[in-house]
Design a protein around this ligand. Structure first.
Ligand code: UD1
Ligand code: UDP
Length: 392
């Protein structure tokens, strides 16, 4: 049997984290020849993940520019990818999720006549502009792709309702849970980060102290919504003298300016550089509560039993909301303050949300995706769909 040549294209931190377990498995599997192309839409935040998972790209377009626009990312990625696909001539191209790299990768595959597989397919809010531009990126990527690896049954349903052929949709679970299972350890050491190495033992020694972990960066929250989030955090720090806030701030200068302006001088607001993923996952495991507008964190925290308040009005990840471990609170200062205060003050309300649930995966998503690819090329039976109510 000839080996399947698969070119994976990604460019940002979340894509890299979620493609890493799949790529590691593909590199060990004799059925595949695995090639990696990074657009490097992110640079430092991407390199952190490549380093952690020991992934070496075969192609690096190095497109990141400070304060880049969507036009710049799309044009530079698309132009670079023409040559890469020409050179690599893969049997299949893989993209992940909903970034501008994802969309450019799927469009480049289409222009080059190479079938495209979309990992984390079928997520929808139903509002084409929310989140912006991710909802449109994922819809367009879906239209351009042949194979659709939907993390959940609901994502599959979204694709079916848009007319995607059922035989091309595989419910696999989310590869982020595969990644999480390799990173979280009870004896994890934070010695690479002196501030955390000092703070965490202090927190462990004080039963009344609580760690609030925050991550926010979404484009639609830039400006006043992010300022309002930061004001709510400041109000919480003032109201709860034993609360410690840890906010690893995204490299985006727009986000950094606002976070610094409101929280930079508060002694219990720890604004850190983006953490490497193993540190971030282990910090989530030690946090009391998480506030975020990030997509990936909404998927990871429930499986660690951590309540999440989502700083958005809509989510494309409703499964954990339904399970009761994630709540949408939006970006209004008073709503964030009151929802957080309730979880800090009311142990019953906290316990009701702090349950470990796994709607997004069982750690075997990568395995199912590889089998689905082999199935598509006539080399394996169709994999069984991921079903969260079935034990692995
Ligand atoms: C991008 C994705 C978003 C995803 C997010 C994950 C798009 C349009 N947006 O948003 O879907 O949720 O990544 O984090 O695809 N920067 C650095 N170093 C880095 C990364 C970013 O300096 O390693 C700075 C640069 O100034 C860059 C800016 O951040 O221009 C914005 O990066 P960009 O990828 O355009 O947008 P994100 O907000 O990161
Ligand atoms: N993450 C990380 N370091 C940090 C903050 C987050 O490694 O300092 C991880 C997090 O665990 C999750 C992913 O980054 O796996 C989410 O990426 P991001 O929030 O940038 O993008 P989104 O998921 O919103 O697209």
């Amino acid at each position: 049997m000839s080996r399947l040549k698969v070119l994976s294209i990604f460019g940002t931190r979340p894509e890299a984290i979620k493609m890493a377990p799949l790529l590691k498995l593909m590199q060990e599997d004799p059925s595949f020849e695995a090639y990696i192309c990074v657009t490097a839409q992110h640079r430092e935040m991407l390199d952190q993940v490549l380093h952690l998972f020991r992934l070496k790209p075969h192609y690096d377009l190095d497109i990141m520019a400070p304060r880049q626009t969507l036009f710049q990312i799309t044009c530079r990625a698309l132009q670079g990818l023409e040559e890469v696909i020409d050179h690599c001539r893969p049997d299949l191209l893989l993209v992940h999720g909903d970034t501008t790299t994802t969309f450019a990768g799927a469009l480049a595959a289409f222009y080059q006549g190479v079938p495209c597989g979309h990992v984390e397919a079928g997520l929808r809010t139903g509002n084409p502009r929310l989140p912006f531009p991710e909802e449109m990126n994922r819809r367009l990527t879906g239209s351009l792709s042949t194979l659709h690896f939907a993390p959940t049954a609901r994502a599959k349903q979204n694709l079916l309702s848009e007319g995607t052929p059922a035989q091309n949709i595989f419910v696999t679970g989310n590869t982020v849970i595969d990644a999480l299972q390799t990173t979280v350890r009870p004896d994890f050491s934070f010695e690479d980060n002196p501030r955390l190495a000092r703070l965490l033992p202090e927190l462990a020694a004080d039963p009344g102290a609580k760690l609030l972990l925050v991550e926010a960066h979404r484009r639609e929250n830039w400006g006043e919504p992010l300022a309002s989030i930061c004001r709510a955090l400041l109000q919480l720090l003032q109201a709860y003298p034993r609360l410690q806030l840890v906010f690893p701030v995204h490299k985006n200068p727009v986000v950094r300016e606002t976070a610094q302006k409101y929280l930079g001088s508060h002694p219990r607001a720890h604004l850190l550089e983006p953490l490497d993923t193993a540190s971030f996952h282990n910090l989530m495991a030690r946090a009391h509560l998480i506030l975020t507008d990030s997509g990936g964190i909404q998927e990871e925290a429930p499986s660690l039993g951590k309540p999440v308040l989502v700083l958005r009005r809509l989510t494309e990840r409703p499964e954990a909301v339904q399970a009761g471990t994630v709540k949408l609170v939006g970006t209004a200062q008073e709503d964030i303050f009151s929802a957080t205060a309730r979880l800090l003050d009311d142990p019953a309300a906290y316990r009701a949300m702090a349950r470990a649930v796994n709607p997004y995966g069982d750690g075997r998503a990568s395995q199912r995706i590889l089998q689905a690819i082999r199935h598509h090329f006539g080399q394996a039976p169709r994999p069984k769909d991921f079903n969260p109510s079935r034990r692995p």
